[in-house]
Design a protein around this ligand. Structure first.
Ligand code: SF4
Length: 208
């Protein structure tokens, strides 16, 4: 039975390289990649969501940010589009591609995306954080400290000045508690970890 593994771009940028791939292959994993440009597809879905919205659209790519805002602030002006995070788009493509050929492991940069993915209950598919996979498989890691996430804040920049970027829990708190000015934004870009997913709990804290 084959064990396919997809390494998310954040983990690849932080830990990737020939030594990682060699170890995974030695342990019996087959690294796989997506063929579809899900980044562009997801961005386009948001463009349509903003066009069709009456109020302000929430970026729901980060499940932890969304859960936090709903629980702590429950704003009545935000619309939450039914758009899955990019990582889940990748998982669905790969699950279809390798269905019936083995098991598929989708790595995530955080627990929150892992839980969201697991909730899909895709057949023969397991979601785990990158560090969980590395620990389980006994992979030794070399970490690069990234200044910037591979998918940095500013994902919706091309939409123009109707975007407000809240790329940390602090910024989310300041915005929703009224400490920072609220304008006429049509979309809030939301990331719980400061600066993006390279600070996620599934890629940080590795002993290297
Ligand atoms: S790593 Fe952090 S910013 Fe990225 S999706 Fe997970 S919680 Fe959100």
């Amino acid at each position: 039975m084959k064990q396919f593994v997809w390494l998310n771009p954040v983990s690849m940028a932080m830990y990737g390289g020939p030594q990682l791939l060699e170890q995974l292959i030695k342990k019996g994993f087959e690294p796989v990649e997506c063929q579809v440009d899900h980044i562009a597809a997801v961005r386009e879905k948001y463009r349509q969501a903003v066009r069709g919205a009456n109020g302000c659209v929430a970026d729901v790519r980060c499940p932890l940010a969304v859960a936090y805002i709903k629980e702590r602030y429950a704003p009545d002006f935000l619309e939450y589009p039914a758009i899955e995070p990019i990582l889940l788009h990748c998982a669905r493509e790969l699950q279809r591609e390798f269905s019936g050929q083995g098991t598929l492991i989708i790595t995530t940069p955080c627990q929150s995306l892992k839980e969201l993915g697991a909730g899909l209950k895709l057949p023969e598919t397991e979601f785990c954080t990158f560090l969980e996979l590395a620990a389980k498989a006994g992979i030794s890691l070399r970490k690069k400290d990234l200044e910037e996430s591979p998918i940095p804040p500013g994902f919706f920049q091309e939409f123009g000045d109707v975007i407000q970027v809240l790329d940390s829990r602090d910024k989310i708190d300041r915005y929703f508690s009224g400490e920072s000015a609220r304008g006429r934004e049509r979309l809030l870009e939301l990331l719980y970890c400061a600066g993006g997913c390279h600070r996620g709990d599934g890629v940080q804290g590795a002993k290297t």
